[in-house]
Design a protein around this ligand. Structure first.
Ligand code: HEM
Length: 446
C-alpha cells in the first residue's frame, strides 16, 4: 500500500519547471497532433525535467539516457508499471503483463517466457515461412494501402502462431475490436459514454474477452504446445494454475502487442524505403543473394545484416511506443529532484532516439549508423530503447525481429515500391505510431 502525501506532491509540482496549461486539457491537442514536436518545445523551454498535462493527467517528463536508465533499471523498484499504464490501459487491458509489478509480475512473466525460448522461436519460424511467402506472392501490383494489409496479415499470423487459430470470417471483426481498444487508450473522453471512443473500446474489450474465454474453455482438456496451451497448463511453484480470466487477460494483451507493434514497424520501414530508394535497392540486393542460400533458420536470418540495421534504424526514427510511463511508489531521487510517491513520470523513446548529442544527423534515415564500425547505439547505454529495458523489457523482442525481417525480406525479394508524387507521408505518433493515410504506395512486381 503506497502512502501518499498530497502536500508533498503539490509542492513538487509547484517546484518542477514546465507549464500545465488549461485545466484538464493542458497540452492535449499538441500531444495528439505532434507528440515529438511538443516534447522538443518543452525541452527547449524547460530542460530535461518538466511537468505537463495531457488528457487530464499531470505528469513529469524525464528526458535522456540517464533518465531512461533510472526509470527502466536503477529506480525501477520504486516505480510502478501497473500504476503508470493504468490511466491509458487499466480498463482496456486489465492484468496484462505490463500491468503487473514485483513478485506478481515475475511469476507471470516466467510462465509467459516459455513461449519465447530459442526452441519456441525456431518452432514459430517454420509455419510462418510459407504464409509470409504467400503474402508477398499475393501482394497486388499498383497502388496498395499497405498498412491495413499488413495489419490484417500480422494479426492472422499471431493468432495462428500463439493460439493455433485459423481465422476466416472472424479476422475482420477481431481486427476492428483490437483497433477500437487501442484507439480508446488515448481517447479524449475517458468515461464510458455510449457512442464515444472509450465506450467503444470497452465494448470491444468485452467482445475480445468473450472470444478468448470460449477458446480457453475448449483448450482446458487438451492444452497443446502453443502459448494459449502453455497458459492453460501453467502451474506455479506453489502448484497454482492460472484462472480462466487470467489466461484471457494475457491473451488479449498479448495478441495486441504481437501484431500492432510489428505492423507499425513494417509500415514505417516501407515508408522509409519508399523515401530512400537507394537503400531499398541495397536491401533488395542483399535479400536476393540470401534467397539462394536454402531454408531459412534463425541463424541464417542473422545473415541479413543490412536489413537488421535498417529495422533498427526504423525503430530509432519511429519507435511504435513513443513514451514509457511509470508512477512512483516511494520517494525517489533523480538528477537532484526528490520525487514523492504518487507522481506519474515518463521517459520518451522518440525524443532520445533523435537527440543530436547522441546520433549523427539524427533526422536522416541512415542504417549504417548501426554497423559494427559506427555502432552509434553502443556509445552510451539506454540510447536505443524501442523495446524498453529492465524487468519489463519487451518479451516479444526477438519474435518481433524475426517476423519483421521475414516479411521485409519476402517483400523486398518480390516487389519494388515507390512513393506517390507529392506524398507527405503523414504519421501519428500516439497511441502506437501509424500512418494516418493507410500508407498508399505504388508497387511493381519483379
Ligand atoms: C517492434 C515491435 C515491438 C516493440 C517496439 C515493442 C515495445 C515494447 C515496449 C517498449 C515494452 C515495455 C513497456 C514498459 O516497459 O512499460 C514492451 C513490453 C511487452 N511486449 Fe513488446 N514490443 C514489440 C513487439 C512485441 C511482440 C511481437 C510481442 C509478443 C509476441 C510483445 C509482447 C510484449 C509483452 C508481453 C510486454 C510486457 C513485458 C513485461 O511487462 O514484462 N511485444 N514492448
Amino acid at each position: 500500500m503506497v502512502t501518499l502525501d498530497p502536500a508533498a506532491i503539490a509542492d513538487f509540482f509547484a517546484r518542477v519547471p514546465g507549464r500545465l496549461g488549461a485545466p484538464w486539457l493542458g497540452q492535449t491537442l499538441g500531444f495528439y497532433r505532434d507528440y515529438l514536436g511538443l516534447v522538443r518545445r518543452q525541452h527547449a523551454a524547460f530542460g530535461p525535467v518538466f511537468k505537463h498535462r495531457v488528457i487530464g493527467l499531470d505528469s513529469v517528463a524525464l528526458l535522456g539516457p540517464a533518465a531512461n536508465r533510472f526509470l527502466l533499471a536503477d529506480g525501477a523498484a520504486s516505480l510502478s508499471s501497473r500504476l503508470g499504464w493504468d490511466w491509458s490501459l487499466g480498463r482496456l487491458f486489465p492484468r496484462g503483463l505490463m500491468l503487473r509489478d514485483g513478485d506478481d509480475h515475475r511469476h507471470h512473466r516466467r510462465i509467459l517466457q516459455v513461449a519465447f525460448s530459442r526452441d519456441a522461436l525456431a518452432g514459430y519460424l517454420e509455419p510462418m515461412q510459407p504464409r509470409v511467402a504467400g503474402l508477398a506472392r499475393e501482394w497486388p501490383a499498383g497502388r496498395v494501402a499497405a498498412h491495413p494489409r499488413l495489419k490484417t496479415f500480422l494479426l492472422d499470423l499471431a493468432a495462428r502462431v500463439f493460439c493455433g487459430l485459423t481465422l476466416r470470417e472472424e479476422i475482420a471483426a477481431l481486427n476492428a475490436h483490437f483497433a477500437a481498444v487501442v484507439r480508446a487508450s488515448t481517447a479524449l473522453l475517458r468515461r464510458s459514454v455510449p457512442g464515444f471512443a472509450y465506450a467503444r473500446g470497452l465494448d470491444s474489450r468485452g467482445e475480445l474477452a468473450r472470444f478468448f474465454a470460449e477458446l480457453v474453455a475448449a483448450r482446458r482438456g487438451a492444452p497443446g504446445e502453443d502459448l494459449l496451451g502453455r497458459l492453460c497448463a501453467a502451474v506455479s511453484e506453489e502448484g497454482d494454475t492460472l484462472a480462466d480470466d487470467e489466461v484471457v487477460d494475457h491473451m488479449v494483451f498479448f495478441l495486441m502487442a504481437a501484431h500492432d507493434t510489428t505492423t507499425s514497424t513494417l509500415s514505417s520501414l516501407l515508408r522509409e524505403l519508399a523515401l530512400a530508394p537507394a537503400w531499398q535497392e541495397r536491401l533488395r540486393q542483399e535479400s536476393r543473394a540470401f534467397a539462394t542460400g536454402g531454408a531459412i533458420s534463425l541463424e541464417r536470418l542473422r545473415e541479413l545484416t543490412l536489413l537488421g540495421q535498417a529495422i533498427k534504424e526504423t525503430l530509432r526514427l519511429h519507435p511504435p511506443l513513443v513514451l514509457i510511463p511509470r508512477r512512483t511508489t516511494a520517494e525517489v531521487e533523480f538528477d537532484g529532484w526528490r520525487i514523492p510517491a504518487g507522481v506519474n513520470v515518463g521517459i520518451s523513446t522518440a525524443f532520445t532516439h533523435r537527440m543530436p548529442e547522441l546520433w549523427t544527423d539524427p533526422e536522416t534515415f541512415d542504417p549504417d549508423r548501426f554497423s559494427d564500425a559506427r555502432a552509434e547505439d553502443r556509445r552510451l547505454p539506454f540510447t536505443w530503447i524501442p523495446f524498453g529495458g529492465g524487468a519489463h523489457l519487451c518479451l516479444g523482442m526477438f519474435f518481433a525481429e524475426i517476423q519483421v525481417k521475414l516479411v521485409a525480406h519476402h517483400l523486398l525479394s518480390s516487389l519494388r515500391w515507390r512513393a506517390i508524387r507529392g506524398w507527405t507521408a503523414p504519421i501519428r505518433q500516439v497511441p502506437i505510431q501509424f500512418p494516418t493515410d493507410d500508407l498508399p504506395l505504388d508497387f511493381e512486381r519483379l
